[in-house]
Design a protein around this ligand. Structure first.
Ligand SMILES: [Zn+2]
Length: 142
């Protein structure tokens, strides 16, 4: 199970039959990714074909979601959808979950330590309306 983070307030993701399992599993507090039936590669982003072996066959696999910061930035100015104006500043980054598996997401951290590469974070989710959004949380020292 992922940790629950604050309720999601951003734009609604584009959900279609191919990626619906990803979004609905997050709504239930789980991270499920495609696992290639032919070569066992766990992949992200969701795709119709395995980028390792080209197979079209896959199943969904629950992934713990804890990892370490590969890169993180503090977003100071909102761009794109106007809803982000109420969210800044926030931290966003890429998290290494396993070798070859790097996932994007907002990182909830009050101390700023996650801006340092390698910092451990916990897989988390923001509940939305019928979906969830992957994010990460840091156990701040304060
Ligand atoms: Zn494959």
């Amino acid at each position: 199970m992922l940790r629950r983070a604050p309720t999601y307030a951003g734009p609604t993701p584009v959900i279609h039959p191919e990626n619906e399992q990803f979004w609905t599993s997050l709504a239930a507090g789980r991270l499920e990714l495609q696992r290639c039936t032919a070569c066992s590669r766990v992949r992200f982003p969701v795709a119709p074909v395995c980028y390792e072996c080209g197979s079209l066959d896959y199943s969904w696999k629950e992934v713990v979601g804890n990892g370490n910061v590969a890169v993180a930035i503090r977003v100071e100015r909102a761009t794109g959808d106007p809803v982000w104006a109420s969210q800044v500043p926030f931290i966003s980054g890429l998290i290494d979950i396993a070798p070859g598996l790097r996932l994007p997401g907002r990182i909830f951290c009050n101390c700023g330590e996650v801006l340092t590469r390698g910092t451990a974070v916990a897989g988390s989710y923001q509940p939305g309306d019928g979906f969830g959004v992957l994010c990460f949380t840091h156990d701040c020292a304060d």
